[in-house]
Design a protein around this ligand. Sequence first.
Ligand code: NAD
Length: 498
Amino acid sequence: MKTIEHWIDGKASAASSTRTAPVFNPATGAQQAEVLLAAKSDVDTAVDAARRAFENWSQASLSQRAKVLFAFRELVNANVDQLAGLITDEHGKVLSDAAGEVQRGLEVVEFACGIPHLLKGDYSDQVSTNIDTFSFREPLGVVAGITPFNFPVMVPMWMHPVAIACGNTFLLKPSERDPSASMLVAELWQRAGLPDGVFNVVNGDKDAVDAILDSPDVAAVSFVGSTPIARYIHQRASATGKRVQALGGAKNHAIVLPDADLDFASDHLVAAAFGSAGERCMAISAAVAVGAAGDAVVDAVTAKAAAVKVGSGRDAGNEMGPVVTQAARERIVGLIGSGERQGARVTVDGRGLVVSGFEDGFFVGPTVLDQVTTDMDVYREEIFGPVLSVLRADTVDDAIALVNANPYGNGTAIFTSSGDAARRFQRGVKVGMIGINVPVPVPMAYYSFGGWKDSLFGDKHVHGPEGISFYTRAKVVTARWPERHHAAEASYHFPTAT
Ligand code: NAD
């Protein structure tokens, strides 16, 4: 059985870990590896390596840092297929989607390649007589990323390329369900010329996370995962004085107005609900059909959901793979059952799906529930599986109110041909990322990604300008270079004249 170790100070290391967790292939249901679970002492060893590496890396010139970023970009690009294969074998998503995930991560690396430009400060000449003011930003120190299972390459890449480009050193604690891709990423950083200790991977569970949160030598924590853990991370890391951004779960709604192109809308709804088996924080899990759109939307998504090709992610003919674990499968099946008991109409039922040749795989087929109401568990819970709930609303304003009553605020979309309705929607929803006839409105790397309300704790979104701001702190210098001392210039009151 293969053992997945940690990556500390430029090499794979077992450190002192004694506990392990199984890593499954979700398509076959078989265990394929075990991953070490770090103890506090292992985290301390990695933090110490990162702390020592910070001394030199924080002094590396912008050109040196950009050069490593460009080399890393080339290496990730050359290894897309290998990374995608590791993702598919441990996460389950289809290979084309795994390659797309790497591509979106790569775009953050490309953004970070522009670090000399991104770190330019401000300069004001002659703010007072013979006095100039300028600002610049410095790295924080050792920063950590704690990431979820559903994007094992992309979500860490929202963080480490930006943090490292800014001059920080990085400790990644990936999901214990699919840790292998992070070990390859560590090797690619090393081959790109990144000094040892600047990028470290510590595998583990709550013990490793708590050691990171409590470490006095970790300056900032970026977290992406479920809302209860995001809330916990924010509170515990803030208590030890760290800077924190903790992105949580989601319940993303798509409003469909009767004036929309319903064929276009239903194609996109089905792709957004069932791509990656619904295990995306930006997946559409609730469609809100307005007025006369109702039955037409349900009929169209029912037909299209039933036609989705489900099977092993390694088979290029498939559009959707398994979910990540048997426990996830059971939870999703249970929620579909509760929806049915509480009055929803199941128009496509994925509970009984068996994939020939993969009978032990963790499969749930695409499922559509109609007549869902906001008091049902299937609506209130984040399902994180291939289930699309359809709710009804009478008007666009009712639909906007429904979106705003939900505690999450990650993403949302509207399908319409009315500019007026779209504008009311974009101004009215309390959500961070908004799509207009775009169902999965993930911002490009040069914008920042993040939600509102229970989808984000902390006040900075990831990557883009807010990522640069999160991983640096500002200095503002006010300077003069007097040739002669004029005693009259040293005054005991704030200046009253300029
Ligand atoms: P999770 O919250 O279970 O785990 C996330 C990370 O936290 C993992 O590294 C895990 O090891 C660690 N962790 C788990 N339990 C912990 C505990 N009790 N104490 C300390 N650390 C703990 O999430 P997941 O199941 O891996 O991922 C799915 C979730 O992530 C969904 O809720 C999804 O919406 C969310 N997500 C959000 C975004 C976003 O951008 N907002 C993006 C991707 C995923």
